[in-house]
Design a protein around this ligand. Structure first.
Ligand SMILES: [Fe+2]
Ligand SMILES: [Fe+2]
Length: 205
């Protein structure tokens, strides 16, 4: 598969999953979003230092889909919510790769503002991801998927107006997101990074 944007990841995640027996049925659900120009830009967004938001979102989507299939839950909801849960606009970690994009993606670094605690990335990015998903992929959404996106940082979501996960898709996404991030949240520093409080990617400004 050829993409417009070069991935910052060492390995192309779709090539890794291609041989999985569930790949084709998952891919049919997410194909159009994956190939859209806007979603591909996440190949240039750093996520937890060593992988892209593109990579991470695919990992969450595919694993949530498999979990749903195994447990007779809504496979479509889990695939879409997993893919869009981190579809925020303003990159959280800066990188040279982002200079390929419009400045709006780097706005936090170009015009840094003092954020209050509850405006920090951990609390704001799920809400931004929902708004952005509605802008670009509205026809793929439903109420359960929208709730899964805005509450995926549960229990931190209780400090936002969306509060709690309210359906099974939401619980699957918040669980899988943490499960696949275990390598990151195995230390105090890692937990702060996962929680969007400690930012290590400000090397450009
Ligand atoms: Fe997130
Ligand atoms: Fe995530």
């Amino acid at each position: 598969m050829k993409y417009k944007y070069k991935c910052i990841d060492e390995k192309e995640i779709l090539d890794i999953y291609k041989s999985d027996p569930d790949f084709n049925s998952w891919y049919k659900i997410v194909r159009k979003i994956l190939h859209s120009n806007e979603f591909q830009k996440r190949r240039l967004f750093k996520h937890h230092e060593f992988e892209s938001v593109w990579h991470h979102s695919i990992v969450v989507s595919f694993n949530a889909y498999k979990y749903a299939k195994k447990n007779s839950l809504n496979e479509y909801n889990c695939a879409i919510a997993g893919l869009l849960h981190d579809f925020y606009t303003r990159a959280w970690q800066d990188s040279y790769e982002l200079s390929e994009l419009d400045d709006k993606y780097r706005i936090k670094f170009i015009k840094p503002t003092k954020e209050k605690v509850f405006e920090k990335h951990a609390f704001s990015h799920p809400i931004e991801a929902l708004q952005n998903s509605r802008t670009y992929f509205k026809k793929y959404l439903n109420k359960d998927i929208e709730n899964a996106i805005v509450t995926h940082m549960f229990p931190l979501s209780i400090f936002t107006k969306y509060k709690l996960p309210n359906n099974k898709t939401s619980f699957v996404i918040t669980y899988i997101d943490k499960k696949v991030s275990m390598n990151v949240i195995s230390s105090v520093k890692g937990i702060l990074k996962y929680a969007g409080i400690l930012n290590v990617g400000k090397e450009l400004n």
